[in-house]
Design a protein around this ligand. Structure first.
Ligand SMILES: Nc1nc2c([nH]c(=O)n2[C@@H]2O[C@H](COP(=O)(O)OP(=O)(O)OP(=O)(O)O)[C@@H](O)[C@H]2O)c(=O)[nH]1
Length: 128
């Protein structure tokens, strides 16, 4: 099963969400930025690499917050929510069509990728 890093970047009660662009898998759904873990990297290195690739965002990844296994038609993924430190600043979108810092209390109002929902629920309970 593939591990996918989901970067959980919390800043002043807000969290960064990105929206998958038209034409992509799960287009239009909001997700935590991240992507598939590559051979030889830790899940933290994966989160940092993906943030750099997708948003040109320097970051420091820390602890795993929660894992969520989800079975899509194309196969199962283990979505690994990793707590990440990054500054709020300009973002360069390369694969998403939107990126927003949203209040954690509003997380459940967004149309999230299904694998993200258990992680979002736990975030809302703890930080919302
Ligand atoms: N990045 C990210 N992917 C997610 C989340 N939730 C979720 O189900 N996924 C799924 O996990 C997979 C991650 O693939 P990706 O396309 O973002 O990652 P990648 O850049 O490494 O993949 P690629 O090079 O094959 O395109 C996709 O199937 C995506 O739909 C999430 O919160 N963040």
């Amino acid at each position: 099963m593939k591990n996918v890093a989901a970067a959980l970047i919390i800043n002043g009660g807000h969290i960064l969400l990105t929206r998958r662009a038209p034409g992509e898998n799960l287009a239009g759904y909001w997700e935590f930025p991240g992507g598939k873990q590559e051979l030889g990297e830790t899940i933290q290195q994966c989160a940092q690499r993906e943030l750099e690739e997708e948003l040109s965002l320097p970051s420091i990844a820390g602890e795993v917050f929660m894992e969520s296994i989800y079975r899509y038609e194309g196969g199962a993924i283990n979505l690994v929510g990793v707590l990440v430190e990054a500054q709020r600043g300009p973002l360069t979108l390369t694969v998403h069509d939107r990126a927003e810092w949203i209040p954690i209390s509003q997380l459940m109002q967004y149309e999230l990728a299904p694998a993200d929902i258990p992680i979002a629920e736990k975030l809302a309970k703890i930080y919302g």
